[in-house]
Design a protein around this ligand. Structure first.
Ligand SMILES: Cc1cc2nc3c(=O)[nH]c(=O)nc-3n(C[C@H](O)[C@H](O)[C@H](O)COP(=O)(O)OP(=O)(O)OC[C@H]3O[C@@H](n4cnc5c(N)ncnc54)[C@H](O)[C@@H]3O)c2cc1C
Length: 492
């Protein structure tokens, strides 16, 4: 008899969706292996904003998740726009240039609402409207971003804590400081267990099935250099330092197929002075995502991108990489007083440069070509202000005219002192390259056949995200494929 029915490698959102699903599907003995110590447990899930993107047709469907929303946020019901499956599909295809796996993305979209309800009702994850992440107050009305409205209470910290509680309640065994080192296969290639580096010994543990849920390779400097190229080897890691691609390596050694965008990753604009890896009491607060209301200038003193072709949730995951690739690896975001109230609360976790004129502000920065930066900002002001009027709740069409690099929305002149500047770089969130899985979350080998006994979910699933990603999709995807992987693993 194997030691366990199902072993899950990792202790993030995808892992616990798999572990709890396996228990609910009849697996008696389920083991979760967590490489981190108990203090550092939870992977990127802990650092996340806890935001969940899913498709729904009516606001009433949201009441199942957030029954008190109208009471807590008067006008909630009226401020919500439906986000049906077609809208989610359109966003995912637009963000990924149509490269997302057609079968897997359909599964994600179709299951997204059911999955989030399952997280709440079976996973016992309390939910709330995500005001501070995406809601914008316009007068007395809150404009909620389409499809990304709900998050776990206490964000990723709450999500992670509740998953651990639920798993323990369901009788899942959790071993800390227990890194999976390699997969054990029998003579026919079936995965029958895992070799584990425990706190004080290396040992084997057997199971009927193994679920890989150990995240991507974003914290592995050498793999970043190898797959993403320069300057990614020096990128700041937004989340856990433990996602080193171990699960990917083990699976590849066991014959698994690599698929998806191995040269790509999710990376966001963050404070350029952030620590090299995620800091647990800072979680995702290093993000600097209010650039649509300001102007971004690189160290050579030029604007390099349209700050506002779309809402931040549809540009942020791509813009991190563009910022990191600017000369010197960071840029400055400039704002004037008119929009200070629109800056996300997370901006308060660093002290900006501030001055009463744009020229004096530029002089305080580390921009190499300060004269050019001043001319860029003044030139921007001359070109701004066409169309509109300014409305942060929608794509307002307030644009620049005559600039080589246009700004398409919210293009107000920076004319109201004081002015502020924030140094911002791109921080890596997770790698996009992963393993080929089928709709049962089985891992396929390079001959396109399932490796018996091996499943995969979360960041490790390849071919869902390419180049960009609609905010809030990672956790929904992790739980969707985790739930499927756990149920199928339990049936082995
Ligand atoms: C700052 C930040 C904010 C984010 N905000 C959001 C958001 O609001 N919404 C959203 O959808 N997504 C968000 N994301 C992305 C999201 O966090 C991830 O997509 C998701 O958490 C991935 O879940 P996972 O279970 O696949 O991996 P993780 O949560 O990273 O878990 C991986 C686990 O595997 C463990 N592990 C690694 N190697 C081994 C090994 N050899 N043996 C055993 N265990 C191992 C790790 O310690 C960890 O427990 C954010 C990410 C970050 C970093």
């Amino acid at each position: 008899m194997p030691d366990f029915d199902v072993i899950v490698i990792g202790a993030g959102n995808a892992a616990f969706a798999a572990a709890v699903s396996a228990r609910k599907a009849g697996a008696n003995k389920v083991l979760v292996l967590e490489k981190a110590t108990e203090e550092e447990r939870g992977g990127n899930t802990y650092f996340s904003g806890g935001l969940l993107r899913f498709a729904f047709d009516t606001v009433e469907q949201l009441h199942r998740l957030v029954p008190d929303a109208e009471k807590d946020f008067p006008g909630f019901n009226a401020g919500i726009e439906a986000y049906n499956k077609d809208a989610f599909r359109a966003d995912l295809h637009r963000m990924t240039d149509g490269r997302t796996d057609p079968e897997l993305s359909e599964l994600l979209i179709n299951e997204s609402y059911n999955t989030v309800c399952w997280m709440k009702e079976v996973g016992r994850i309390p939910m709330e409207p995500a005001l501070s992440l995406g809601g914008v107050r316009v007068g007395n009305v809150i404009k909620w971003p389409k499809g990304a409205i709900i998050r776990a209470v206490h964000e990723g910290v709450g999500l992670s804590e509740h998953w651990f509680e639920t798993a323990e309640h369901e009788g899942v065994e959790i071993r800390y400081e227990s890194a999976a080192r390699s997969l054990i296969q029998d003579a026919r290639g079936r995965v029958t267990g895992v070799t584990v580096q425990g706190p004080d010994k290396l040992y084997d543990v057997s199971a009927k099935a193994v679920v890989l849920a150990s995240g991507g390779f974003e914290a592995n400097q050498a793999w970043r250099a190898q797959y993403l190229g320069r300057p990614w080897d020096h990128a700041i890691v937004r989340g856990t330092r433990h996602n080193q691609g171990d699960g990917l390596r083990m699976a590849i050694e066991a014959g698994a197929m690599q698929i998806g965008q191995w040269s790509g990753c999710h990376a966001t604009p963050i404070n350029a002075e952030a620590a090299p890896y995620g800091v647990r009491n800072m979680t995702d607060k290093t993000n600097r995502l209010s650039y649509p209301y300001g102007v971004m200038v690189n160290l050579e003193g030029v604007r390099f991108i349209d700050e506002a072709p779309d809402f931040q949730f549809f540009t942020y995951a791509k813009y991190g990489g563009i910022l990191l690739n600017q000369p010197g690896g960071f840029i400055y975001q400039f704002f004037d007083k008119k929009v200070f109230h629109l800056l996300e609360g997370r901006y308060s976790t660093s002290v900006p440069l501030e001055a009463d004129t744009l020229e004096a502000l530029v002089d305080q920065t580390k921009i190499w070509n300060k004269d050019r930066a001043k001319e860029t900002l003044l030139g921007f002001n001359r070109a701004a202000g066409h169309g509109g009027p300014f409305n942060p709740g929608e794509l307002d069409g307030l644009h620049t005219k005559g600039l080589a690099v246009p700004k398409t929305n919210w293009a107000q002149a920076l004319d109201t002192p004081p002015f502020r500047a924030y140094p911002v770089t791109g921080g890596i969130t997770f790698s996009f390259g992963g393993l080929k899985v089928d709709t049962k979350a089985r891992v396929l080998n390079t001959g396109w056949r399932p490796i018996p006994g091996l499943y995969c979910c979360g960041e490790m699933v390849g071919n869902l995200f390419h180049g960009n990603y609609p905010g809030g999709s990672g956790l929904t995807s992790g739980a969707t494929f985790g739930r499927i992987a756990g149920a199928n693993a339990a049936g082995e």
